[in-house]
Design a protein. Structure first.
Length: 87
């Protein structure tokens, strides 16, 4: 579990400080209630799913762009030269 990533994604606009990755080292600077360790732990699976979905979306967009370029007549070698194809 990466506490900083959870805080960055789920507590946007909140101010905090974290030394290392230990909840005990989380200093909540905002005038809102500090999330509990259990709340943060419960959000980890959701954050991981979001990250995976974002990665998949990037891959899908790249594939769609490559398909459009191929439809325009570019070859596999052209795509490689552009750094797009031929993984």
């Amino acid at each position: 579990m990466d506490i900083a990533i959870i805080l960055e994604r789920k507590f946007k606009g909140q101010e905090w400080s974290l030394l290392g990755n230990e909840y005990e080292n989380l200093i909540w600077l905002s005038n809102t209630t500090k999330p509990t360790k259990q709340e943060i732990e419960a959000l980890w699976a959701e954050v991981q799913d979001e990250i995976e979905t974002e990665k998949e979306a990037v891959i899908a967009k790249k594939a769609a762009a490559e398909a459009k370029l191929v439809a325009l007549g570019l070859t596999t070698d052209d795509l490689k030269a552009l750094g797009l194809g031929g993984n």
